[in-house]
Write a protein that binds this ligand. Structure first.
Ligand code: UDP
Ligand code: MG
Length: 312
């Protein structure tokens, strides 16, 4: 073992969670003393909440020496909030978790055991997910299947951002500054020894999910576009397939013409035009997804703006 006590940093993104903060803190106060061999640092990133989340956290930070709070100037999004917390974490190990107690803090002890046995990343796989709609569960499963099929790195299924990372993983992650972030993919990309740990995900203790369908779709698209160029290639394949079909159809039409069997072409023309128009717009849309992200990236804006810091 190491001579000096190592530090573990717990990072929580917080967006309008005033209903959860009290329970979260009660649970953490009980949990922190059970981490025997490590010093503890807790970093809460307030992602531009419009409720009293920041005030509650700042008040706690005034009383608790190991609690640090960052407040963004506006809502930058879950993935950016995680990034900021990990950027600021000083620990030898960093654990990211939800502020709604869906990720049980007690699991961190098991994660630390894996870390001590040589793992650089310990990611928490959801054996079951309580309190979530069947639609969310089904769509998530389908999404990870597709993502893994299309991308050339393997991103674990049924896994969120609840994970432990060693210092070298955190440092490597810090060098990846892409603006449209899909953190779980970036962590997989970094490599090193990554091991799973299984748990049953609780429902959130209070409040509603901060991931409405619109945000979930953007998030999924970011994952797909950041880690795969296959959708671009799909235009070529569809084009190729259509050309083959058109070639066959031309032969048929010539054959009918030679045998004097002509037929009115209005309906088939409409079908062809509409289908081609649809496919063309769709492929332009796919191009647009990539070009839009290139555009955002070329501006090189900072990922987030910090308004307040407490406890640093
Ligand atoms: N969150 C955030 N910014 C956002 C949306 C969510 O910081 O724009 C936080 C939120 O407070 C929570 C975590 O990210 O701690 C995960 O969000 P949520 O629990 O709503 O997602 P779910 O677990 O339902 O997928
Ligand atoms: Mg949650």
């Amino acid at each position: 073992m190491h001579d000096k006590k190592q530090t573990v940093s717990l990072v929580f993104p917080v967006f309008n969670e005033e209903a959860c903060i009290h329970q979260l803190w009660q649970r953490l106060e009980l949990f922190v003393p059970t981490i025997a061999n490590y010093a503890v640092e807790i970093i809460m990133v307030d992602d531009g909440s419009t409720d009293r989340s920041f005030e509650l956290l700042a008040q706690l930070a005034g009383q608790v020496p190991y609690l640090k709070v960052i407040r963004f100037s506006r809502n930058f999004g879950h993935q950016i909030a995680i990034t900021a917390g990990v950027d600021r974490a000083s620990g030898d190990v960093v654990v990211v978790m939800d502020a709604d107690l869906q990720d049980p803090p007690e699991l961190v002890l098991d994660m630390l055991t894996h870390y001590e046995n040589g793992a650089d990343v310990v990611y928490a796989v959801r054996r079951s997910r309580l309190g979530e709609t069947p639609f969310k569960k089904k769509s998530a499963t389908a999404f990870y299947r597709i993502l893994n099929r299309l991308s050339n790195i393997s991103i674990p299924h049924d896994t969120g951002d609840f994970r432990l990372m060693s210092r070298r993983v955190v440092d490597a992650l810090g060098t990846l500054r892409e603006s449209e972030r899909f953190v779980r993919g970036l962590v997989s990309w970094v490599g090193f020894k990554q091991v799973p740990i299984y748990f049953d995900r609780d429902p959130r203790v209070a409040g509603d999910t901060k991931y409405p369908l619109r945000k979930m779709v953007t998030f999924a698209l970011n994952g797909l576009v950041s880690f795969s160029t296959s959708p671009l290639r799909c235009a070529s394949w569809v084009g190729f397939g259509l050309s083959v079909m058109a070639g066959v159809y031309i032969c048929v039409v010539i054959g009918l013409w030679l045998t004097h069997h002509t037929f009115p072409g209005y309906a088939s023309l409409m079908v062809a035009i509409l289908m081609l128009g649809g496919i063309q717009l769709m492929t332009i849309g796919i191009l647009g997804e990539y070009i839009g992200r290139m555009f955002m990236q070329t501006k090189n804006r900072p990922l987030y703006i910090v308004q307040d810091e407490v406890g640093f």
